[in-house]
Design a protein around this ligand. Structure first.
Ligand code: BV8
Ligand code: ZN
Length: 252
């Protein structure tokens, strides 16, 4: 059993569940994580690529990095971890997925209420008029040359993601804070909890008295806040947890 009986009962009967996910939940879909062995940042330094300054300095380099990650994300399929989280959407009275990921695998797995704290690579936005376009179309039009053609307004399209030094989308983060503060339980899946202010959601949930459960291959920066840390791959731990929690208790 993964959970002690009291914790299992508390999680099984949670009415408001938040799943807070990071790159680790997509690792078994074949997508790289940011830190840890073979992480994306190992080959590149964040300040070289995921910042507005890097984009201003060399939009082609930044676009080549994102285009290669985007191709991998388009090929990727949701893994069992995404699928369990999507099924939980039909089990718990309220389930909100708050993700740091830009790959949209939660949505492709069937999760409906997903807050993308760091935006998404599936859309691109003009730096001038802020018009957004589907990245698939933009890259097809660019026909392999990067960066894509400039916008008619003279601005340039960039991935609609949140870079280091950029604010998170206000409404999205405000809602994520609300959800964390009013949750009965928060399950942090596949995040090193090192990127702020996103990682602060775990602290908020904990301070509000939510049951915090961590699912990670290794300890994270905020493991100390978890009532229980389930060590292992999300694609294995979550299916086991789904079995252990069973169906929504009828005697609610
Ligand atoms: C901002 C989008 C300021 C792009 C990303 C305190 C408060 C506020 C800001 C800061 C602060 N301290 C520092 C900052 C600055 C900075 C920051 O946090 N720096 C860190 C590095 C110290 N934060 C910012 O710049 C943020 N902006 O605050 O603006 C501001 C304020 C007001 C006004 C103006 C400006 C913006 C941060 C967003 C950056 N964008 N991504 C892109 O994807 O390219 S961050 C990037 O890191 C991804 O989103 C990623 O998801 C995220 C977090 O990483 P994780 O998801 O946790 O991934 P990681 O690889 O680290 O960990 C994976 C985990 O999974 C590991 O633990 C591993 O063990 C585990 N794992 C692996 N495989 C599995 C697994 N677990 C289970 N199963 C597996 N199979
Ligand atoms: Zn424009």
């Amino acid at each position: 059993m993964l959970l002690a009986p009291a914790l299992r009962a508390r999680l099984a009967q949670a009415r408001k569940l938040v799943v807070f996910s990071g790159a680790g939940v997509s690792q078994e879909s074949g997508l790289g994580t940011f830190r840890g062995p073979g992480g994306l940042w190992e080959r590149f330094r964040p300040e070289d690529l995921a910042t507005p300054e890097a984009f201003a300095r060399d939009p082609g380099l930044v676009w080549r990095w994102y285009a290669s990650r985007f191709e991998a994300m388009r090929e990727a399929r949701p893994n069992p971890a995404h699928l369990v989280i999507a099924r939980w959407g039909g089990r718990f009275p309220s389930l909100v997925v708050v993700t740091q990921n830009i790959d949209r695998l939660h949505q492709r797995a069937g999760s409906r209420d997903v807050l993308e704290l760091h935006g998404t690579i599936w859309e691109s936005r003009c730096t001038g008029c802020r018009r957004t376009r589907a990245t698939v179309e933009l890259l097809a039009e660019a026909g392999g040359t990067l960066p894509p053609l400039p916008c008619a307004c003279g601005g340039r399209y960039r991935p609609a993601v949140v870079w280091f030094g950029e604010r998170l989308p206000e409404q999205v983060f405000a809602r994520a804070l609300d959800e964390a503060r009013s949750s009965d339980a928060l399950i942090a899946v596949g995040t090193s909890a090192t990127v702020w202010p996103a990682a602060g959601l775990i602290e908020e949930a904990c301070a509000a008295g939510a049951l915090v459960v961590e699912v990670n291959r290794e300890p994270s920066a905020l493991s100390g806040l978890a009532a229980v840390a389930l060590a292992g791959a999300a694609g294995e731990v979550l299916p086991a947890l789904e079995t252990e929690l069973g169906a929504w208790p009828t005697r609610a």
